[in-house]
Design a protein around this ligand. Sequence first.
Ligand code: FES
Length: 106
Amino acid sequence: MVKITFIDAEGTSRTVEAEVGSTVMENAIRNGIPGIEAECGGACACATCHVYVAEEWTSVVGEPQPMEEDMLDFAFDVRSTSRLSCQIRVRPELDGLVVHTPTRQG
Ligand code: FES
């Protein structure tokens, strides 16, 4: 299992265990992480699963694909570290990943 920590806008940290092959969004929903809505269920069609990848993790996580880039335009307060969490596939190298949730979605 891979540990993922979600830190909300107030600084509250929640760590979950994720299966390799699942997505970061799926783990957020399964564990009731506040601030991730995922209205489209992971189809890269809503931008309500927006997260900020912690700086030290951005190179490991990698860059968004063009379709995700386009959808990120609809997210609130987009930054250089923004990703849609349904498009981040859990890999063993992501053990310890930290992402921040935005103050709001959409
Ligand atoms: S869940 Fe809709 S874009 Fe990620």
